[in-house]
Design a protein around this ligand. Structure first.
Ligand SMILES: Cc1ncc(COP(=O)(O)O)c(C=O)c1O
Length: 449
């Protein structure tokens, strides 16, 4: 295989991105109160705020969009959507939703009651919030390596099976309506879960008659990591691996804004007929009729095609290699990142990057602001501003949208990070001038100390 990473696509339609001068960016940053959420997207050169809903659709997806059947009930688009989902996921009931969190609200709203516990390798923030909204407790049981940013392990997203067994024995299976596995583990740095771990968790759940659900947002990236890193899978296709992964579970929630390669959408799957009926009843109340679930027929078409494209090996090889390229090139110069590079993002360790900036002065926000100032790159702080005093790390996430940026964009990002690394001694911390009572990172206003 040649070493050069090339995009397995060529470009048919382009979207201009705008250069700004450093002086303009200084003004823009001041006007945005040093909070990159408050910046107009048009003033960002490379936008790595999130990989969710920000991907580029293929010609096949756009062609499918034109086939969208907008019938209220029983559309052809729903049939194609369900067939595509079932081929990969294999579950009996497929319920479309407008995005992942809507599937979570319906799943937990019906399955959970006050006093219940829902174990996961690591709950994503919307998953945790929906579990808690249903009155239950969200428990994170990732393996110890998954909590250590510098430890190298091929499957840092694995569930701690011993801890899961202890929890089931301690609280009893009646208080655990379901177990969840997030593939890949977003909050833990986009780290994969191994097939062996999925099997072990599944066996334990079956032993105690507890359903196992996947938070499947980045299932294709997880399948490809299994192919690369787990014995016995190198000759299997990503689709075969994904099919095997889901065969060990009873259902899933999915945000199609990630490995669905769509700009909006999601779904909920289950093998349980009774549960599916209750879920569809609730869906009708808030999302829509069960053959569209809050989506347009054209969205269902885009997802049907996108799910299959996410499993193409050429795409996944480029995707994983390109993310690793970014991480490895900055790490080689000493930049502290969460190791090893994950599937969809690189995380800079801001406390190690800026040891002179105290945690109370938001090193992650300061570093993200500096990346924008230096090169017009937008990233996101995951640390003390987002989580307050409970933050264990201050990270800056650079999430890579799917099929949007080329390798030269990635080289540019490497160059800017290294430039900021060279100047790190002069970066100042920030103080908070305004905070909302909850989810303060979205609207916080800050200024340099
Ligand atoms: C692991 C994980 N679960 C669930 C969600 C929620 O999906 P959505 O944003 O479509 O509601 C996300 C979104 O980022 C995610 O990364």
């Amino acid at each position: 295989m040649p070493r050069t990473i090339i995009e397995p696509f060529r470009i048919k339609s382009v979207e201009p991105i705008r250069w700004t001068t450093r002086r303009e960016r200084e003004q823009l940053l001041r006007a945005a109160h040093y909070n990159l959420f408050l910046l107009p997207a048009a003033d960002v050169l490379i936008d790595l705020l999130t990989d969710s809903g920000t991907g580029a659709m293929s010609t096949h997806q756009w062609a499918a969009v034109m086939e969208g059947d907008e019938s209220y009930a029983g559309s052809k688009s729903f049939d194609r959507f369900r067939a595509s989902v079932q081929e990969i996921f294999g579950y009996r009931h497929v319920i479309p939703t407008h995005q992942g969190r809507a599937a979570e609200r319906i799943l937990f709203g019906i399955a959970c009651k006050k006093g219940d516990l829902v174990p996961n390798n690591t709950h994503f923030d919307t998953t945790r919030a929906n579990v808690e909204f249903a009155g239950a407790e969200a428990v994170d049981l990732v393996i110890p390596e998954g909590r250590q940013s510098q430890t190298d392990h091929p499957f840092k997203g694995n569930m701690d099976v011993v801890a899961l067994r202890e929890l089931i024995v301690r609280v009893g299976r009646d208080r655990i309506p379901l177990v969840m596995l997030t593939v890949t583990n977003n909050s833990g740095g986009g780290q994969p879960v191994s097939m062996a771990n999925i099997c072990e968790v599944s066996a334990l759940c079956r032993e105690h008659k507890i359903p196992l659900y996947f938070d499947a947002c980045r299932f294709a990236e997880n399948a490809y990591f299994i192919k690369l890193r787990e014995k016995g899978y190198d000759s299997k296709t990503p689709k075969q691996i994904a099919q095997e992964m889901f065969s060990y579970g009873d259902g899933c929630t999915m945000s199609a804004k990630k490995d669905g390669m769509a700009n909006i959408g999601g779904f909920l799957c289950t093998n349980d007929d009774l549960l599916a009926q209750q879920q569809k009843d609730l869906l009708i109340l808030t999302e829509g009729y069960p053959t569209y679930g809050g989506l347009a027929g054209r969205d269902l078409e885009a997802i049907a095609v996108g799910l299959q494209e996410a499993l193409e090996e050429d795409y996944l090889r480029y995707r994983i290699a390109s993310t690793a390229y970014l991480g490895n090139h900055v790490a080689a110069q000493g930049v502290p990142i969460v190791q090893p590079p994950g599937g969809h993002a690189i995380y800079l360790d801001a406390r190690a990057f800026l040891p002179h900036v105290p945690v109370e002065q938001f090193p992650g926000v300061a570093l993200a602001a500096e990346l924008y100032l230096e090169g017009g790159i937008r990233s996101v702080e995951i640390g003390s501003l987002m989580f307050g005093k409970s933050a264990k790390m201050d990270l800056v996430r650079l999430a890579i949208p799917r099929r949007v940026y080329t390798q030269s964009h990635i080289d540019y990002v490497v160059e800017i990070i290294l430039e900021v690394w060279r100047k790190r001694g002069s970066i100042r911390g920030l103080k908070l001038n305004y905070e909302a009572p909850f989810l303060r990172h979205f609207t916080a206003k800050l200024e340099p100390v």
